[in-house]
Write a protein that binds this ligand. Structure first.
Ligand code: 6U4
Ligand code: NA
Ligand code: NA
Length: 157
């Protein structure tokens, strides 16, 4: 198979609002998403990367982040498979600010802008909002056409 790349995504969910950020450059430009990016190859943990990316992109430090989901994403046009580790937090230190990379914005959970997000987000964000762990696999043709989605809640025994 293809080599893979470990990535993070972190969402702040506070009361009835979720903090999303419009990506201003790079992969996913123009879309609202959580904060995230690549895990550094210097021994950084996935959790540390999720916190660092949120600091870099949103200027805040999540204080109660928890792992909530894992999705393997295969884009036919990319040379690496993406292994995306998703975290959720409800509390953070600092003040949300726009950065060169991201324009953050709070949304009511009833008004999440799915039409300006990755096509798959509507399938798994509901798990995240309900504090349900989830896991799955996505296969894309190009960056926009989802040809296979297999996402499920994962229950602890
Ligand atoms: P760095 O240099 O790490 O800041 P960046 O431009 O942020 O790079 P990358 O490749 O590190 O890009 O991260 C891509 C981000 O996009 C990751 O947080 C995962 C996310 N992502 C990719 N495909 C996605 C999809 N289908 N649905 C989704 N997020 C996706 O919700
Ligand atoms: Na990033
Ligand atoms: Na990065």
């Amino acid at each position: 198979g293809k080599p893979s790349k470990i990535l993070t995504l972190l969402f702040i969910h506070q009361n009835n609002q979720i903090l999303l950020a419009m990506k201003k450059r790079g992969f996913g430009m123009g879309k609202y998403n959580g904060f995230g990016g690549k895990v550094e190859k210097n021994g950084e943990s996935i959790y540390q990367a999720a916190i660092r990316e949120t600091q870099e992109e949103g200027c805040i430090t999540p204080t109660d982040a928890q792992f909530i989901g894992y999705i393997k994403m295969d884009y036919d046009c990319e040379k690496e498979t993406l292994k995306v580790h998703i975290f959720k937090a409800t509390q953070f230190d600092g003040e949300v600010k726009e950065t060169e990379e991201m324009k953050p914005q709070w949304f009511d959970v009833a008004k999440i802008p799915y039409n300006q997000m990755w096509i798959d987000d509507q399938y798994w964000i509901p798990y995240l909002l309900e504090n349900k762990c989830f896991s799955g696999y996505l296969q894309f043709e190009g960056h926009e056409k989802l040809i296979l989605a297999d996402l499920k809640e994962v229950t602890n025994q």
